[in-house]
Design a protein around this ligand. Structure first.
Ligand code: FES
Length: 128
């Protein structure tokens, strides 16, 4: 004896009524990161929104160098060349580390700077 669901499916097939297609979840939004190394060589990659510049750069052949990954050493500093508005806000800790090391307050710590939209291009001072 067919189940009620099996009966419904048979009736839909008999009258040519198709089930509504299940919509696929949209892919997560992506952002683009370009890193210019100290030698001027550019490398680019895509990353998920919310990834840090440092974690996104790990997909590159030569990633950005890092030390603490806690925004205290300044090893991962970068100069933003394009798309500064496409990064998350600086944290107080990030501003303090830049100041303590005598770096430009416009620079970012790639271990803290989050990619929030579109495209960002940075100059890295140290690569692995
Ligand atoms: S790795 Fe040390 S500040 Fe980013």
């Amino acid at each position: 004896m067919p189940s009620p669901f099996g009966l419904r499916r048979r009736l839909k097939a008999l009258f040519g009524i198709a089930s509504a297609p299940v919509a696929a979840a949209p892919p997560p939004p992506k952002v683009s990161l370009t890193v210019v190394g100290p030698d001027g060589v550019e490398q680019s990659t895509d990353a998920s929104v919310g990834a840090t510049v440092l974690s996104a750069s790990s997909r590159l052949r030569r990633p950005i160098a890092s030390g603490c990954s806690e925004s205290t050493c300044g090893t991962c500093r970068v100069e933003v060349l394009e798309g500064a508005g496409n990064l998350g806000e600086q944290t107080a800790r990030e501003r303090a580390t830049l100041k303590e090391n005598g770096y430009s307050p416009e620079w970012r710590l790639s271990c803290r700077a989050e990619l929030v939209k579109d495209a960002v291009k940075v100059r890295a001072f140290e690569l692995i």
